[in-house]
Structures are given as structure tokens and as C-alpha cells.
Design a protein around this ligand. Structure first.
Ligand SMILES: [Zn+2]
Ligand SMILES: [Zn+2]
Length: 275
């Protein structure tokens, strides 16, 4: 109830570490995340949150990118009102609100594999450190990271192709979930891509201005070609290396698969089928 309720621009995440005694006395073993024995916290951690589904099984529900993870229980900030049944709810992980994603219910499609018999396997405890060398654990870790990157990629593309970008008239104000800086940065990247490549589809050659006249002027999607490079807030788009103008039809075909088809793949398909 509090892990995705922002407080002063941050998410504060609670989890119950395993161990004996009061939960506030228990510790997260941050050495397993790369900290030294002396450290009280470690930064730059990807924290994934999972929860049981009403249909059975356990699903990924969200994540904190670039989080700080604390060894010890941190009491909630004064006046934050983070209380449940008269018990204060503190935290072990903290991240900027803009670095956190809570998936909508229909987006919760990544299933966490069932715990294995051996000790310390994923699902045995409420905290899993993802540092195991076991094949299944490594596979799930990889799958999780890819899911998160592809999600970020899709969100970036939605922002790049938001209706407000695709007309010449720029509408003031920012859409939900997109910060003003991100919005401005993406708008510039989109414009730089189009001024370099033109507003014609790089795959099929479709040109909205040519086909529809004035109303089609400047209308085109931009596709981001390297989905797995999109990581977190610090990511900078290179408009020429990373973006390509494509028409919405070709763009839809690119994304018929995850990871997406390449520009060349779709070009080849058009050649083959005589489209
Ligand atoms: Zn096209
Ligand atoms: Zn795309």
C-alpha cells in the first residue's frame, strides 16, 4: 500500500527480510548487491517488486530503477503518515519517483518461476538477491531485465509518437507520467531525426504530405532501433544513430515481434511479397 505511493518525489519501499526477531531488527544483505561489509547502503540497484496474483502464481508488479538499498530498516519520515494498523511502515529501498514504474494490472504479464527445492532459491524468501549462478535463476534474471528494458523502450516510443509531437502545432502542457524535461528532450530528438532523414518512411517510402496534402505535413512515426539500450533516466537518445522515421504501418509491423524486427527485415518482407 505504500511502496508505490510517492513521498516528496521519492518511493520508499518496504519488504520483510528473512531472519529472527522483530522485522525492524532484520537486515538486507547488501554485500550480495556489491556493497562492502562496512557499507550501510548501496546505490544504483534495480529493485523488482513481485506479488501473488489472484489467479495463482507470482507476478512482477513494478520496479525501482537506480534505487538506494539500505542494510537496516529506515523509519518513515516524520509526518509521512506511513502507518498500517498502528505500526509504522519504514523502508529498505528508496528511489526517485520518476525512476519507478508500477505496472497497470493488464501489464503484469511476467510470471516469477516457482521456488526450487534447494535453499535460497527464488521464491523461498521474501527477498531474492538475483546473484545465484544457477541456470534457472540466471535465465529469470535475464528475462526480468529484458522485460524492464522493453517496457522502457515502448514508453519512450509512445512519448516520441505522442499525437502532440506529430503535428506542427506544439501544445503546451505535459502529458501524464512524462516530465517536462523528458518531454522537451524527446521532442528535440524527434525533430533532429526528421530533419536528418526527412519525413518519408525509410522502409516503404510513404510520404504523408505527398499522399494527403497539407494535413500530412510533418506527420510520421519515429522508431527507436535499439530497444535494449534504453535504461533508466540517464539514457540519452542519439537522434541519428537511434531513431528512424517510419510510417505507422511499417512501424506496426516492426513491433509484431519482441524484440522488434529490424528496418532491413521489413524491407525484405516488402520485397518478397511485392507490397
Ligand atoms: Zn512505411
Ligand atoms: Zn518502434
Amino acid at each position: 500500500m505504500y511502496n508505490f505511493l510517492p513521498y516528496e518525489g521519492h518511493m520508499l519501499g518496504f519488504v520483510q527480510p528473512s531472519g529472527r526477531g522483530e522485522f525492524t531488527e532484520r537486515t538486507i544483505r547488501i554485500e550480495r548487491l556489491g556493497a562492502t561489509k562496512k557499507d550501510e547502503s548501496i546505490g544504483g540497484v534495480l529493485v523488482a517488486w513481485v506479488a501473488p496474483s489472484t489467479n495463482g502464481g507470482v507476478l512482477l508488479v513494478g520496479w525501482y530503477n537506480n534505487a538506494i538499498v539500505y542494510r537496516r530498516y529506515q523509519p518513515p519520515p516524520q509526518g509521512s503518515g506511513r502507518v498500517f494498523k498502528d505500526v509504522e511502515i519504514g523502508y529498505y529501498a528508496k528511489a526517485k519517483e520518476s525512476d519507478c514504474v508500477l505496472l497497470a494490472e493488464e501489464e503484469r504479464t511476467l510470471r516469477v518461476p516457482r521456488a526450487e527445492k534447494q535453499m535460497g532459491g527464488l521464491g523461498q524468501y521474501l527477498v531474492w538477491y538475483a546473484d545465484s549462478g544457477k541456470v534457472n535463476d540466471k535465465r529469470f534474471r535475464q528475462e526480468l531485465i529484458e522485460f524492464i528494458r522493453l517496457y522502457g523502450h515502448q514508453r519512450l516510443e509512445n512519448e516520441l509518437n505522442d499525437a502532440k509531437f506529430t503535428t506542427r502545432k506544439f501544445v503546451e502542457g505535459t502529458p501524464r507520467r512524462v516530465t517536462a524535461t523528458t518531454y522537451e528532450r524527446n521532442r528535440k530528438a524527434r525533430e533532429a531525426c526528421i530533419s536528418y532523414y526527412g519525413a518519408r518512411c525509410l522502409i516503404c517510402g510513404f510520404d504523408f504530405l505527398e499522399f494527403y496534402g497539407e494535413i500530412g505535413k510533418g506527420y510520421i512515426h519515429v522508431h527507436h532501433v535499439n530497444p535494449l539500450s534504453v535504461v533508466g533516466q540517464g539514457y540519452e537518445i542519439d537522434p541519428i544513430q537511434d531513431l528512424r522515421p517510419v510510417c505507422p504501418n511499417c512501424h506496426a509491423m516492426i513491433h509484431r515481434r519482441n524484440p522488434p524486427y529490424s528496418i532491413e527485415d521489413i524491407k525484405a518482407l516488402i520485397q518478397k511479397h511485392g507490397g
